[in-house]
Design a protein around this ligand. Structure first.
Ligand SMILES: C[S@@+](CC[C@H](N)C(=O)[O-])C[C@H]1O[C@@H](n2cnc3c(N)ncnc32)[C@H](O)[C@@H]1O
Length: 202
């Protein structure tokens, strides 16, 4: 390990410890907190769809913001341990359909905010990882088209490369404002970055 990669891992560890100390289920929670602090794109009482939610760090952050008046639906193909105040669906995002949103006390469609922290299992082979990310983002775009309200906001994880370029085209076409975010708590040597879209167009 080189000196600079050692430093990056040390910093990553510090963020993991901080997330744990603050009671979050994942280090990722700190990334959402950072973006929220800067952009304030989740409002109290928002209805939120959290795609790729497990183990639940982002859902915990959402819960702190939206309180009892909001609504959170977390979706993951992996089991997520129950989180009081958060609804959970064990499903692949590509299989989500309108009827999945019907069995709740209130009418939850369309959502005010859609989040995606989804990434494929990384192989280290750039072309393969990018192709997998591209295909996941197709499913995410379909969720944004179908389940996010007009004027709603979205935050999506992407990798630098073709998937980033394709997602940027989609976001710029469909949102009034688009910002790129790389939180400090995201490892500097990781390919991940986040695209924030604010104000979904008609
Ligand atoms: C980086 S983790 C999310 C961490 C989460 N934001 C948190 O703070 O705890 C990515 C998640 O995406 C889920 N995932 C990957 N592909 C998926 C798919 N096609 N449908 C639903 N979930 C998926 C994985 O199971 C994994 O739990």
């Amino acid at each position: 390990m080189t000196k600079s990669s050692k430093a990056i891992y040390k910093k990553g560890d510090a963020f993991s410890k901080l997330a744990k100390a603050r009671g979050f289920r994942s280090r990722s929670a700190l990334k959402l907190l950072e973006v929220q602090k800067k952009d304030n794109f989740i409002k109290p009482s928002s209805r939120i769809l959290d795609l790729g939610s497990s183990p639940g760090g982002w859902s915990q952050v959402c819960l702190q913001i939206v309180g009892k008046k909001g609504f959170i639906l977390s979706v993951d193909k992996k089991i997520m341990e129950p989180l009081k105040g958060v609804n959970y669906l064990n499903k692949e995002l590509e299989k989500l359909k309108e009827s999945d949103f019907e069995n709740f006390d209130e009418n939850i469609l369309p959502f005010d905010v859609v989040l995606s922290d989804i990434a494929p299992n990384i192989s280290g082979i750039s072309e393969r990882d990018d192709a997998l990310m591209n295909s996941l983002l197709l499913g995410i775009r379909s969720c944004l088209d179908n389940f996010l309200k007009e004027d709603g906001n979205a935050l999506c994880k992407v990798f630098h490369g073709e998937s980033f370029d394709n997602m940027m085209i989609y976001m710029k076409t469909n949102f009034q404002k688009v910002k790129i975010r790389k939180p400090d708590s995201s490892r500097a040597n990781s390919k991940e970055t986040y695209i924030l879209g604010m104000g979904k167009k008609k």
